[in-house]
Design a protein around this ligand. Structure first.
Ligand code: KG4
Ligand code: ZN
Length: 334
């Protein structure tokens, strides 16, 4: 089955062609228009998707040496995300579906991140403890089987990626903050400042990141600019450790409680070096397999959407033409 995937939920315009589980193309155009605002501007994102989507789809088809007639179905993100941005991709997919007389399926973006990870695994064993960490979400999900999920915990305020982005903005480092802080942190001392880790000792699996960002702000207000600049990499390293360690501890606690086969990490923050290293080391130590996604399938991309769509289309579960975009769509099982 050959699937065209489309992803326009935030600031990446992406299209991909999959031949069953084989990725033939995965074209990602990151919108640069948001950089100078230090965050995504929804109206600009929708307009950029309108401009970029057709060229990106064409390039995905060309790279995959596939024409539209060879496509068996279309998979498109319909939530969660920015409503205007989602509508661009969703309406394009619906139009294509009508004109080609091929089915389309709306895909949950967070489920997409899960399958973005599974794209990189050979022998998948269930149950899996999934840590999904992105700019909009921080979730612990027990994946019992294909399309079967139990959400164990989420963030009560900011997402971890959002904390990276907001902290980078406070530190005047640029956008998106995650990769910049991650790189600077490599040369710093993580013990330089002890930043707080919310709920780290609690039994529940929820997270909170607003306090960490405020703690960085309080630290900055207490010190001179020159001191901050001279110790930037250590401030980043201290922030990164606080942000990541709580994720690792809670994920491993959940993995032991639910006696899973594997621990997995997905979403943009899964690109974080320390998070991967700590999760890998701890998973191996406790006898779990560790599933990590290739970098191209971490941050938003359409291959993960096509891969998720494949699960639905091969079970003959397409979406109806009146499917709407849902900015706060929740992760549910089939
Ligand atoms: O999954 P994604 O591309 O988009 C959303 O669905 O939100 O995730 C983007 C998030 C941003 O907050 C970005 O700063 C973060 O992922 N990110 C990272 C790293 N690379 C991207 N955070 C920490 N370390 C990284 N290396
Ligand atoms: Zn995402």
């Amino acid at each position: 089955m050959r699937i065209l995937g489309i992803e326009t939920s935030c600031d990446e315009t992406s299209a991909s062609v999959l031949d069953n589980e084989v990725v033939l193309s995965n074209i990602i155009s990151s919108q640069l228009v948001h950089t100078r605002f230090g965050g995504v501007v929804p109206e600009l994102a929708s307009r950029a998707h309108l401009r970029l989507l057709i060229p990106v789809v064409k390039q995905a088809l060309e790279t995959a040496k596939t024409n539209l007639e060879q496509i068996d179905g279309i998979a498109v993100t319909y939530g969660p995300g920015l409503v205007g941005a989602l509508l661009v991709g969703l309406n394009f997919a619906k139009g294509l579906s009508v004109s080609l007389k091929k089915p389309f399926v709306g895909v949950n973006h967070m489920e997409g991140h899960i399958y973005g990870n599974l794209l990189s695994q050979k022998n998948v064993k269930f149950p899996i403890m999934f840590l999904i960490v992105s700019g909009g979400h921080t979730m612990l999900v027990l994946m019992q089987d294909y399309l079967k999920y139990k959400i164990l915990g989420t963030t009560r305020d900011d997402a971890v990626g959002e904390a990276f982005d907001k902290t980078a903005k406070i530190l005047k480092l640029g956008y998106p903050g995650g990769p910049i802080i991650d790189k600077l942190a490599e040369d710093g001392d993580p013990k330089f400042v002890k930043f707080p880790q919310a709920f780290v000792k609690d039994d529940h699996f929820d997270f909170s990141y607003s306090g960490l960002k405020t703690a960085v702000l309080t630290f900055l207000n207490k010190h001179e600019d020159d001191y901050i600049k001279a110790n930037m990499s250590s401030i980043c390293a201290s922030f990164r450790l606080a942000a990541v360690e709580v994720l690792v501890k809670k994920t491993l606690r959940a993995a032991k409680k639910y006696k899973v086969q594997a621990v997995a990490v997905a979403g943009g923050v899964a690109a974080n070096k320390l998070l991967r290293t700590m999760l890998r080391d701890h998973s191996v130590k406790y006898g779990f397999d560790f599933y990590e996604p290739e970098f191209q399938f971490c941050t938003d991309n359409a291959a993960m959407i096509a891969r998720t769509g494949l699960e639905y289309l091969k079970r003959n579960k397409p979406s109806a033409q009146d499917l709407n975009a849902y900015p706060s769509l929740k992760l549910t099982s089939l």
